[in-house]
Write a protein that binds this ligand. Structure first.
Ligand code: C5P
Length: 237
């Protein structure tokens, strides 16, 4: 097959302050994960959807269908993605994979079309948004806001050049075999990678940036759910 979507959904969603992992929060009667699966399933160029879930996940089996495969993931996001990539390589024999966060239910057909059309003649590429805010580098890890007035505030190390900043989204599209090799390398070296492109960059691959949209944002905080609901209602109109 040519194009397989991989949806890592094995996270436990600590930042949502919810007992339910964020991929299982619902909007308009469907989980964020189902919204994502449906978009890829309906796309004419996507042959298979591989959903990567937590080993204790009892609900995921419901998603299974002819073109939807459910497998178990690992401790880190990269472990989960690698499990999906191995499945795409060994079982589905897919040439390309498009890795998409379950927490981005605002993905749509046009964005997938654009990504595939732009990236298929290259080594790989991702959806991303040019930064609109001025971006500050901090000298140490960002602290969470607290009520503790004694807390030392985080300070600016330097201001980055906004013209050169893009915020990575998903899907991230790469040749299956190349991504498998890159993820295995990064994991074996215990390198911190938070997306697929970073693993490919470490291998010296040129990764294309394809402009995404605000609707494709990642649901992370409790307040994000209402915004995602608004975007989904717009999409279905
Ligand atoms: O935590 P973060 O927002 O980066 O998670 C992005 C996606 O990766 C989510 O869909 C989450 O379920 C998934 N994930 C995973 N396996 C992990 C950790 C996160 O599939 N071990």
């Amino acid at each position: 097959s040519r194009y397989t979507a991989i949806i890592p959904a094995a996270g436990i969603g600590r930042r949502m302050q919810s007992d339910i992992p964020k991929q299982y929060l619902t909007i308009a009667g469907k989980t964020l994960l189902e919204h994502c699966v449906n978009v890829f399933l309906c796309h004419p160029l996507i042959d298979h959807v591989v959903v990567v879930v937590h080993p204790n996940d009892a609900e995921a089996a419901r998603l299974l269908s002819k073109d939807v495969h459910v497998i178990t993931g690992g401790a880190q996001r990269a472990d989960s993605v690698l499990a999906g990539v191995q499945y795409a390589q060994e079982t589905l024999r897919s040439e390309w994979v498009l890795v998409h966060d379950a927490a981005r239910p605002g993905i749509n057909m046009a964005l997938i079309d654009n990504l595939i059309a732009t990236v298929k003649g290259t080594e790989g590429g991702i959806l991303a948004l040019p930064a609109v805010d001025t971006v500050k580098g901090a000298s140490r890890k960002t602290q969470c806001a607290t009520d503790d007035s004694d807390a030392v505030p985080t300070t600016i190390d330097k201001t980055l050049n906004r013209e050169t900043i893009w915020l990575a989204q998903t899907p991230q599209m790469f040749k299956t075999a190349a991504l498998q090799q890159a993820l295995e390398y990064a994991l074996s070296k215990k390198l911190q990678i938070t997306d697929e492109a970073s693993a490919m960059e470490l291998m010296g691959v040129e990764v294309c940036l394809v402009e995404g949209t605000a609707e494709n944002f990642k649901v992370t905080k409790p307040a994000d759910l209402a915004l995602a609901g608004f975007y989904i209602s717009q999409k279905n109109n």
